[in-house]
Design a protein around this ligand. Structure first.
Ligand code: GLC
Length: 548
């Protein structure tokens, strides 16, 4: 039973969650790969930053074809990242610091090394083991063509053919991502029952909720018919095939998962959170995932995909707030994650390199996001103002998108380079044990400028901006959950008020403009002379209400 949904005590409504990409956060064992003990060692840093919780990218046993989004065992820890004992220590340490812990759960597909899939490969066509996945006979006289024309998100056909036990060419199985990530068949009741056990396993170990990977996936259109535009997913890098995603049955799963969470809340009063990665074509469809008895939240990616443009920002923010109204959820803002080019680089283009424009805009966007009503997610390194590493050599790239698009797309490695913590040279304190160990992706020399020790010592750093913003957000009743009201502004300026007298304004242009509010700002994303809002800068003020 869900009660008082609009009560501000629901912590998740305006939580700020820090996404930890475990393999790139902090390496405690000296193998060049981040791990759970590293995350635990980093908790005091995150506490100082002021986040409410962390979301851990997948750390389960996995052959790592898609960095853990290919799960071979949903109820254990990959030895590369630690073990269950270390996981328990991490959860306990986070609890002591008041930091909530979210796990990344991957229900659409598993790894081809998952025991159920291995069993399916060994079993004959038509068997119960194969029915947990989507196995089908091929088309054409000898079955040598895939069962339908769908393409996978990361390029290539969405089907791979297996060899049967007698050595003959056999059936095909469906994988909407890589061939190493077979899709579960959620129409088979054994699959939801299995995931129930997985959820409870981690809830019993004390987690505060889950980020749900590909939450508009799971079900496929019955009969798996051909798509009129089979390459749309790979072309757009978005889940747009209407036969492969966003099937109505998926909502029953989220209702059930919500009920499981409520069951745990009823026991101890701690609310568990479900936040979905929901990519669907319309805002209206998106809102259906956060109806009061479904997911608590779903990432709102339109802000992340908006160009640095005042009208684009105003439009996506207005639409998000409008669409969420009446659902009982709050907008879940995100500017960066492990799949996207980092803001400093994204907003910098096509500005001349070294202009600092990308960094100034990324700082302004951060203050904007933290002033918006709802929850916010920060991706590790965002608080350091890390730019994308755009010049990684081909031979170190590990993103399956790169391999599967014939090396045309280089998208996700550049935001996953291990964090710089200290010092002048790689591994910049990322690897704590042995200084000569190479991080799993090479860190450029210029990472030194962004190392956390420097950031902490420099009050003008991104880190201080995020920390100050988070502190104010925690202490000012106007910020966090609630509504906003747009203020009339000249072209190129976006301004809104929150609650009683808090104003946030952003100058999207490069030229300074008169500040829309009199008086000293509480916080600015860059230097502003008195009475002026500098170009590519955001500021917060507390006013007496006369601004409007
Ligand atoms: C999500 C994840 C991405 C992963 C994909 C397949 O989009 O964010 O990193 O590759 O799902 O699991």
């Amino acid at each position: 039973m869900i009660s008082q949904r609009n009560d501000a005590r629901h912590w998740w409504r305006d939580a700020v969650i820090y996404q930890v990409y475990v393999r790139s956060f902090l390496d405690s064992t000296g193998d060049g790969i981040g791990d759970l003990a590293g995350v635990r060692a980093g908790l005091p840093y995150l506490k100082k930053l002021g986040v409410d919780g962390i979301w851990l990218s997948p750390f389960y046993p996995s052959p790592q074809h898609d960095h853990g989004y290919d799960v071979a065992d949903y109820r254990d820890v990959d030895p590369v990242f630690g073990d269950l004992g270390e996981f328990d220590l991490l959860v306990a340490a986070a609890r002591r610091l008041g930091i909530r812990v979210l796990l990344d759960i991957v229900p659409n597909h598993c790894s081809s090394e998952h025991p159920s899939f291995r069993e399916a490969l060994a079993a004959p066509p038509g068997s119960a083991a194969r029915a947990r996945f989507h196995f089908a006979d091929g088309r054409g006289p000898d079955g040598s063509e895939p069962p339908n024309n769908w393409h996978a998100m990361f390029g290539g056909p969405a089907w791979s053919r297996v060899t049967e036990a007698d050595g003959s060419p056999g059936q095909w199985y469906l994988h909407m991502f890589t061939p190493e990530q077979p899709d579960w068949n959620w129409r088979n009741p054994e699959v939801p029952a299995y995931f129930d056990q997985v959820l409870r396993f981690w809830l019993d170990r004390g987690v505060d909720g889950f980020r749900i990977d590909v939450a508009a996936g799971l079900f496929k259109h019955p009969g798996l018919p051909d798509s009129p535009d089979p390459e749309a997913d790979a072309r757009t890098r978005d889940s747009v095939n209407p036969l492969a995603w966003n099937q109505p049955e998926v909502h029953d799963v989220w209702r059930h998962w919500r009920a499981v969470c409520e069951e745990y809340t009823a026991r101890d009063g701690r609310e568990r959170l479900l936040v979905g990665e929901v990519s669907v074509p319309t805002a209206r469809e998106h809102a259906r995932y956060v109806r009061p008895d479904e997911l608590h939240q779903a990432f709102f990616f339109d802000l992340l995909s908006a160009p640095w443009d005042v009208d684009a920002f105003r439009k996506v923010i207005s639409e998000a707030i409008q669409d969420i109204a009446g659902t009982g959820s709050t907008v879940t803002w995100v500017l960066n994650n492990h799949d996207q080019v980092r803001t400093v680089t994204r907003y910098g283009e096509p500005a001349p390199e070294g202009s600092g424009l990308g960094a100034a805009r990324a700082r302004a966007a951060a203050l904007l996001m933290l002033a918006l009503p709802g929850a916010a997610y920060i991706y590790q390194g965002e608080e350091l103002g890390l730019p994308e590493v755009v010049d990684l050599p081909d031979d170190v790239l590990t993103d399956p998108i790169f391999r599967r698009t014939g090396s045309r797309a280089r998208i996700r490695d550049g935001c996953r380079v291990p964090l710089p913590w200290s010092g002048q040279a790689s591994p910049f304190g990322f690897t704590q044990e042995a200084a000569d160990v190479k991080p799993w992706l090479p860190q450029p020399e210029w990472f030194a400028e962004h190392a956390t020790d420097r950031a902490l010592a420099d009050t003008r750093s991104f880190w201080h901006l995020y920390r100050d913003g988070l502190q104010l957000r925690a202490s000012l009743p106007q910020l966090g959950d609630g509504t906003l009201r747009w203020l009339d502004t000249p072209p190129g300026i976006l301004a809104f008020s929150r609650g009683d007298g808090l104003v946030c304004a952003v100058n999207f242009g490069t030229a300074p403009t008169p500040a829309p509010v009199a008086g000293e700002p509480l916080l600015t994303s860059g230097p502003c002379p008195p009475g002026v809002l500098a170009g590519s800068t955001a500021a917060w003020w507390i006013t007496d209400g006369t601004h409007d």
